[in-house]
Design a binder for this molecule. Structure first.
Ligand SMILES: [Zn+2]
Length: 270
């Protein structure tokens, strides 16, 4: 039986003879059902229709994605403690598995929020590794995998230099990844769209729903600010190939929080 994948958000559902009647993720206010209606595909069909692109941003940081569904790309982070896939995409094929195995495979997968859970169980099976998800979002796991390890609380250290940080906001368990060690001495954030690198790539913004334009409150964005306050970082990798803040990212973050809170309070000229 096929495991159907939603063509709008990339979420894979459990094996079923018939496609599900609807996608739980897309029916909710943070996503949408396209005008043409609910569509479904499978991993096998995607392997014929989509080719993953690999973009090496710097040694040890490689973007992987095919522009499918929401269009995010995942990041392969080759840290001294092991390789991690940060965020996930539904397009997993043999060539992708081979290319990642040639770089040492995966020690872990961690995902920022449910829109990027996609086909995470297939990735975990291919690389025989755990998937780290924040427990606050567990009700959005529509295709349970034995590889899922839920974590609770505000931070979760994967190994030396790699920490998951719960920011909340877009989702209650919204998570970013912080990597800082001898290979990344100034610190890097994998942000997903928990911190969203804006289209001009000069700022960050923060939303409950991007497609439906529902903002977060000042209190929620203040919570994101507090969650990241203890961490140093100089670069932020957003969720699309071109969304990177390549330097001075801590100041960009701080300025962006201030701009957001001013804007939502109706203050201009910040
Ligand atoms: Zn969907």
């Amino acid at each position: 039986m096929p495991a159907f994948i939603c063509t709008a958000c990339g979420t894979q559902y459990p094996d079923s003879a018939q496609a599900p009647s609807q996608c739980r993720i897309c029916e909710e206010e943070r996503q949408y059902v396209p005008e043409a209606g609910q569509g479904w595909t499978t991993l096998e069909a995607l392997a014929k229709s989509h080719v993953n692109q690999f973009r090496e941003y710097e040694p040890g940081v490689t973007g992987i994605g095919a522009g499918f569904a929401i269009g995010q790309r995942a990041l392969l982070l080759q840290t001294p403690g092991g390789n991690i896939l940060w965020d996930c995409v539904a397009t997993l094929n043999d060539a992708t598995v081979s290319a990642i195995k040639a770089k040492g495979g995966l020690k872990a997968i961690a995902i920022s929020h449910p829109h990027f859970y996609t086909a995470m169980g297939e990735w975990a099976r291919a690389f025989d590794c755990p998937i780290h998800l924040h427990a606050a979002d567990k009700d959005w796991i529509v295709n349970p995998s034995p590889a899922v390890q839920l974590w609770d609380g505000e931070t979760h250290r994967l190994w030396d230099g790699v920490t998951l940080i719960r920011c909340g906001g877009h989702f209650e368990g919204g998570t970013v990844l912080h990597w800082q060690d001898e290979k990344q001495p100034r610190g890097v954030i994998g942000a997903g769209d928990i911190l969203s690198v804006t289209t001009d790539r000069k700022w960050l913004s923060f939303m409950r729903s991007y497609p439906n334009f529902i903002p977060l409150s000042a209190r929620e964005v203040g919570g994101i600010d507090a969650a990241l306050a203890p961490f140093a970082f100089d670069k932020i990798y957003g969720h699309y190939f071109d969304r990177v803040i390549a330097r001075d990212a801590k100041h960009v973050f701080e300025r962006s929080v201030a701009r957001y809170i001013a804007a939502i309070n109706g203050v201009r000229g910040y």
